[in-house]
Each structure stands twice: as C-alpha cells, then as structure tokens.
Design a binder for this molecule. Structure first.
Ligand code: ATP
Length: 589
C-alpha cells in the first residue's frame, strides 16, 4: 500500500468521533494493508516504531522537523516556524507549505508504507556525530516526494503526535473485524497482547494464521507481560468473603514494580509501563545473577531503597531517586535496592501464568529463600478477618502502605484488574478513599498571583476502558509547587490541541485542550455526583456523572512516569470507590 493511501485513511479517522465509525475505517485499513504490511500499519497507527520495551525512539524534535520541512519545500526555516505558530501543528504547516511549494516535484511520487516505516527506523537509529543533518536529509527526502496530505502524517508520526484518537483497544477491535470474523474475537486478541505486549506481533499472527495462531501465543523471554492489577475492597471481612475462605495476605510495599527476565547470564528489567529499564539498575542485575540459582525465569517484584546500616526501608520519595539516567552507580551505592518478589510468570522453559497462585508462591519461596537483595514478600495465610486486620495494622505500623490479599486458586491474570488480587490501604478506612491517577486533558491560564506562570490548574479525566474514551472527573487547582506549575506549563504547551481531542468526552471547557498523554496522582476528600463531568454519566440512568471533592496533586512526582493514559484510574473504579465510600460512611455513622 502506498503511504499516500494510508494518509487518506488517517485523514478520514481524524474526521470522525464515533468509535464504531473509527473501527470500520480502521478495519478497512488493516484489510488493505494485508499480511505484508499489517505489522508496520499497526505500529504506525499506535504512533510508535516498535513496542516500548524495545526502547527505539525517533529522537526528532520540532526544530529538527522544521528544518526538514524547509529543505523539502524550499521555504526558509523562519517561514516554516511562522506557519507552525499560525497552525499550531507542524503537520498542518507542512501540508500547507507543500501545497504552495515552488520547488519542482520530485520524480518519485510516493513511497510504500513499508518503505516509509523502514526509513523512519533508520532515522531513529541514526546517532552520533553528524546525525542531525542525516536525520534532516532523510525526513526531507520523504516529505519532498509526498503529497501535501501524506506530508502532514509524515511530519506528525515521528513527533509522536498523530492526533487521530485511536487507542490500542480500538486497534484490537478493528483487527478482530478485519481478520477474525468480528468484534467478539477481540477478547482473545487482548489475551495475546497481554502476554507479549506487542500489538504488531498480534496483528501479524491474526493476519497470517487466524485465531489458531493467536491462541497458541505463549509467554516469551524478553517480551514483557502486561502486569496483573489489583481491585479494592474496604474491609477485611469483605476481602475474605470475596476471595472465598483462606487467602494469602502479603505486605504491600511502596516502591516501583520491576519485571525481571533472565536467560543464562542475560538479565533484562522492565517497568510497570513495560519500558526496558535494565541500564538503570546494575545492582539488581548483579543480585539476580548471584542470588538466583536458575537458568530461565520471569518474575515480578517491588523494589525499595533501604538503609544498609539500620535495614530500614525508605519512603517512596527516596526510592524513586533510583529511576535516573545519569549518576546511576553513585546512587546505587547510596540507595541500594531490595527486591520483594511477589509473582513468577515463567520458569525453566514453562509458562506459569495458568498455575494457581498457591503453586507460583511455593516456587517463589523455594527460589528466593536465601538472598540478601532479593527475597519473597512477607505474608500470612488466613481465613479470619481479625487476623487479616492485625497483619494490616502491623504493616502500617512498620511504615508500609497496606496489604495485598491474593486468591490462592487464581491464575496470573495479565493486563487486567481483577479480584484475584485485592489491595487494602490505610486510607480506605477513612472517608476519603485511595488516591486516583488521572489523565490531563486540558489546562487553565493562571489568574491573580498565578498569572506569571501562565498556569492556573488542570482539567483531568478517567479512562473508560469499555468505550476507549477519556471522561472528565475533576478540575485541579491546588497542591502544585511553583516549580511544578512551570514544569506543567512547559510540558502541556507542547501537546496543545486546537480543539477537544477525539477521545475526550467533556461538558466543561478548559482554556487549552491537550492530547491525553500525562497522568497525575490526585488525592481528594471524597467522590461526589456531578452533572458537570462526564465520568460515569453514560452509565447512569439519570445521566449524572461523578466528580472529586477538594482534589489536590499528590506525591513526589509531578507526572507519573510509570503510567500512560490508558493506565489511569477507570470509570468503573471510580464508581466502585464511590460505592465503597458509602458503605464505610454508613458503618461510621
Ligand atoms: P495499579 O498498579 O494497580 O494501577 P497503583 O500504581 O496506584 O495502581 P497501587 O494501587 O498502590 O499502585 O498498588 C498496586 C501496586 O502495588 C502494584 O503494581 C505493585 O507495584 C505494588 N505492590 C507492592 N507490594 C505488592 C505485593 N505484595 N503484591 C503485588 N503488588 C505489590
């Protein structure tokens, strides 16, 4: 397929807001891409070159792209920049300038999707001395030979700013329609995606071998598994009742999650967002190799910094300092990590996901008994709410976050929030429930004393995973330091959107809309019902939404580095938290 044709599909996608219509257009596109180009088409539509764990980034900034457009169209850099300022989007600026270019059109009129993809990979892999000019040259070459419409997407793709409003969930449904007979097959595609985290690979499997091929996909070393997530319940009684009798109650540590893959001496580490973070933690790699006596394994744990002298674990604000790109060795000495192993996904050539938790835990205890830097989480087995409660209190007193109760019979449910794991944190016991993680969809200009920052607050949304859209739930104006305000202003001004972004549903209007990209952790007093916000509105008989009361920015990080927009708190979770809050409230009164 020619890239120009792909651009036509993208243009149609940009023009529609109905999810059904989007799926129809996308499925047509995937069918036309066929076996030969479905992988590239899926990655391009996701706006990436490869899945995040491959760590291949474009390395193309606005300024570099402006130079490429100038070279391709014959306009000066200043003219390109001024067109960009007018349009607010470099893709549109390139499209306009291509329409008016005085340069003679280059002979080759269009590249294929595969050719463009391969050239983009080359752009991303070009580094070192002289790489800037080489990148400009390659991009200019593609833009020069493209139609104005194709130029728009050739420019937006490497800037990670496609603006079509298509999420992974919609891509999977479209693949199901194109190659597996209908939307019902999405569930099986999702299962495959959850264990390989590579949507291109899933697209290839279904296009080439249908559902049989998809069904035979298994956990593989060096392809991270999408993490299992926990539900919430407000009391020990409800946890025991829901999980059915005896449960495993593990301490819940507040550090960061690491998925470890080991094959012989080769060890790689992945974050909760499935990025390759191997380089950041040489001490963990060393510990895995020296403390673990096995050849091939995938396991997960929570990493925490601790004080070697006292053995005391440090708070999250200290631990998070270990996530850095420079000064790694020094920080590793200063803040050594302990990894609390809590699950095992693959062992000795075998997929462990379908084994019950009880067996996976036995394996962990057998493998991680002796080490200094890696050990199993502390836990008890109980069927008595009182015992669970005591263990919870003891954990809180020890400075931990709470507990994670686990269903002994449950398999590892990759990529989903299910009741096989249930978290109980201290905050549930008060009226205010857990913190929530929200996606920024807009921001407000500062007024009064905030005017100098050009930033007055955020408009935030939850993720509705059923409909693959973002629904607003709160305006947030407090909890920011001055530094955070200028940081947010600078980050958000780069992702401004000229209108409401395609997947955002809102009734209120911020001063500026932004593409859903960044996630913030928010604390609030309670969840209330509200006609102003779209969160849960479509799920409610009377059409009333949910909102947060007295929301404020929480925690040490300005935006959460370990969560993307689709990892934000979901509409369903907010509705469950609202119900939980009512129950706790009733008990107290
Ligand atoms: P989530 O990861 O569920 O989206 P979150 O990032 O806000 O939510 P929490 O709600 O605090 O985190 O809890 C889930 C996280 O707790 C896990 O992702 C994991 O990193 C961490 N964790 C700590 N101790 C354990 C444990 N014993 N078992 C499982 N996870 C644990």
């Amino acid at each position: 397929m020619l890239f120009g044709k792909l651009a036509e599909y993208y243009d149609r996608l940009e023009g529609v807001s109905s999810r059904l219509k989007m799926m129809e257009i996308l499925s047509e596109l995937f069918k036309e891409a066929g076996k030969k180009e479905v992988v590239e088409t899926v990655y391009m539509t996701q706006g990436t070159l490869l899945p995040p764990f491959e760590g291949l980034e474009f390395g193309v900034a606005d300024k570099l792209m402006e130079e490429a457009i100038a070279l391709a169209t014959g306009y000066t850099k200043e003219q390109v920049h001024s067109e960009y300022k007018k349009a607010g989007d470099l893709g549109i600026a390139a499209q306009k300038l291509k329409q008016g270019t005085k340069l003679k059109q280059i002979v080759k009129n269009d590249y294929s999707v595969k050719e463009v993809y391969e050239m983009m990979v080359k752009v991303a892999r070009t580094s070192g001395q002289g790489s800037k000019d080489q990148k400009i040259g390659m991009l200019a070459n593609m833009i020069a030979s493209a139609s104005p419409l194709a130029a728009k997407y050739l420019v937006r793709y490497p800037l990670a700013n496609l603006r079509m409003g298509v999420g992974d969930s919609t891509i999977m449904e479209a693949l199901a329609i194109a190659y597996a007979g209908g939307r019902d097959a999405k569930e099986e595609l999702e299962r495959a995606y959850n264990i390989c985290s590579d949507l291109g690979e899933v697209g290839k499997a279904v296009a080439e071998g249908g559902m049989k091929e998809v069904g035979s996909m298994k956990v593989t070393l060096f392809k991270p598994v999408r993490p299992a997530l926990a539900e919430r319940l407000p009391t020990a009684e409800q946890i025991i009742e829901r999980l059915g009798g005896e449960v495993s109650v593990e301490q819940k540590y507040d550090g960061f999650r690491i998925q470890v893959h080991k094959k012989g001496k080769e060890v790689r580490l992945y974050s909760r967002r499935l990025e390759n973070i191997t380089e950041m933690f040489p001490d963990v790699i060393k510990a895995v190799n020296s403390e673990l006596d096995c050849d091939r394994i995938i396991f997960e744990g929570e990493a925490l910094a601790y004080n070697e002298a006292t053995g005391e674990f440090l708070p999250f604000q200290e631990t998070i300092q270990r996530k850095r790109k420079h000064g790694i060795e020094e920080k590793a000495m200063e803040l050594p990590l302990h990894l609390f192993a809590f699950d095992i996904l693959y062992y000795d050539g075998k997929d462990c996901l379908s084994k019950p938790y009880k067996e996976r835990r036995e394996l962990i205890e057998r493998l991680f008994g002796k080490g200094k830097a890696i050990g199993p989480t502390r836990r008890i087995l109980t069927s008595k709410p009182k015992e669970l409660e005591l263990f919870f209190e003891e954990s809180i007193e020890g400075g931990l976050e709470g507990i994670m109760a686990k269903d002994l019979k449950s398999p590892y449910i990759a990529g989903a929030r299910k009741f096989s794991w249930v978290k109980l944190k201290r905050s549930y016991k008060n009226k205010l429930s857990d913190t929530v993680d929200l996606v920024i969809v807009g921001y407000y200009l500062g007024r009064g004393s905030r005017a100098e920052f050009g930033f007055g607050g955020l408009l935030c949304a939850v993720y509705n995973d059923k409909r693959d859209v973002f629904e607003t739930v709160s305006r947030i104006g407090t909890g920011f330091t001055e530094k955070q305000m200028s940081e947010l202003k600078s980050m958000l001004s780069k992702i401004k959107s000229s209108g409401k972004p395609a997947r955002v549903e809102a009734l209120v209007e911020p001063d500026f809309w932004v593409q859903p990209k960044y996630v913030v952790t928010i604390n609030a007093d309670e969840i209330t019902r509200s006609p102003m916000h779209t969160c849960g509105k479509k799920d409610d008989k009377e059409g009333v939404g949910y909102a947060l009361r007295f929301p404020r920015l929480y925690g040490g990080e300005t935006v959460r580095g370990d969560k993307g927009p689709e990892d934000a708190t979901t509409t369903k979770e907010i509705m469950e938290m609202f119900r939980m809050q009512k129950k706790v409230g009733l008990k107290e009164s």
